[in-house]
Design a protein around this ligand. Sequence first.
Ligand SMILES: [Fe+2]
Ligand SMILES: [Fe+2]
Length: 182
Amino acid sequence: MTVVSELHQDHVNLIKLLDILDKKIIKLKDGGQPNFGLMADVIGYIATYAEGYHHPKEDKMFTFFKGRNGKLDGVMQECENAHANLKGYAHALLESIDGILHDAVMPMNEFIEKLEEFVRNEKNHLDFEEAKVFPVLSQVASDADWSAVEAGLPVQEDPLFGEKQAEEYKALYVELMRDINS
Ligand SMILES: [Fe+2]
Ligand SMILES: [Fe+2]
């Protein structure tokens, strides 16, 4: 798999989780109760995957192509800024949930708003990369570039990282589906 197709597959997997969260938001607006522990697990998973794996890859790739093309530079810069912002949103939301789990009081509509904002920001970023970054990259990059990018990507020190993430993803997906259908 090429770098971009791997990143694209990550996006597809993340969108599946975000779509279920969207369905959950509709249920919450309808008076349903959140399973806060599960919410924290899903948001924590998304944040850990993005910050520990997905964004570092993208950032390395962006650094490699910097200075090649003005349009590409502009959209890559937007992505780098978004990575920092998304990290902030995810951790703020996790802190809120942690507070609720420790008996802090937060009105449900406020929680729903925060969750909605998180999901929207994540989705907007994924859509932006798919629509505005990857197509320009594929115009600018040659096969030799991709080989060089791949050689320079961060090496995952834990050899079981991918496997562990895949296991966790599957377990979360099943649990979320159970929760949404209950
Ligand atoms: Fe990104
Ligand atoms: Fe991405």
